[in-house]
Ligand binder design. Structure first.
Ligand code: CA
Ligand code: CA
Ligand code: CA
Length: 183
């Protein structure tokens, strides 16, 4: 009697151990980490800025952030940006100040979408619609899209961006990070 009781217990124990290891091997796969795209990309934007952050003239303006996911410095002077995919050459970034328009590898560039181009080379001639629209950066030829993103309705002072930076995974941010890494 005593022997068969311990035998039974050890059989049950074995099943429990097997069950546990079985659970481990068939459990949900961990989410794969989003892959970096390794391009110059639109990394974050804010289409409705009420109190989030000011430009250098005190304007709470729309903005978007570029991220250089390549291994080389990129001067966006001469490239085009647009909020309309049917008008890729809508606004050409001035090529007059490469120190301001060059993005180093792994770095960010903040561009104000305030229709106040007189405020500097990083202020473009359109705003972003909080109802949703396109955003694109096009190469110096005016036709080759480097990156584009079409967004839907936006919440005031909440930005949308890639997380981690430069990947194909988008999130919204209650605390926008214009010009720095998305958190
Ligand atoms: Ca806006
Ligand atoms: Ca402004
Ligand atoms: Ca950011």
């Amino acid at each position: 009697m005593k022997f068969s009781k311990w035998f039974l217990l050890s059989i049950i124990g074995m099943f429990i151990i097997m069950g546990c290891s079985l659970d481990e091997s068939t459990g949900p796969e961990p989410e794969p980490e989003p892959e970096p795209l390794n391009i110059l990309c639109i990394n974050e934007f804010l289409a409705s800025n009420d109190t989030a952050n000011e430009d250098e003239f005190g304007g709470f303006d729309d903005w978007f952030e570029l991220y250089n996911g390549t291994a080389a410095a990129i001067d966006i002077g001469g490239m085009y940006v647009t909020d309309d995919l049917t008008d890729l050459a809508k606004y050409q970034i001035p090529d007059t100040d490469p120190t301001l328009t060059t993005v180093q590898p792994g770095e960010f560039l903040l561009i104000w979408a305030d229709s106040e181009t007189e405020q500097g080379v990083l202020h473009v001639d359109f705003k972003l619609s909080s109802g949703g629209e396109d955003l694109a950066i096009t190469d110096v030829d005016g036709v080759t899209i480097i990156d584009s993103y079409t967004f839907g309705g936006q919440t005031t002072d909440v930005s949308e961006g890639r997380l981690p930076d430069g990947t194909d995974s988008w999130s919204t941010f209650d605390a926008p990070t214009p010009g720095t890494s998305n958190q």
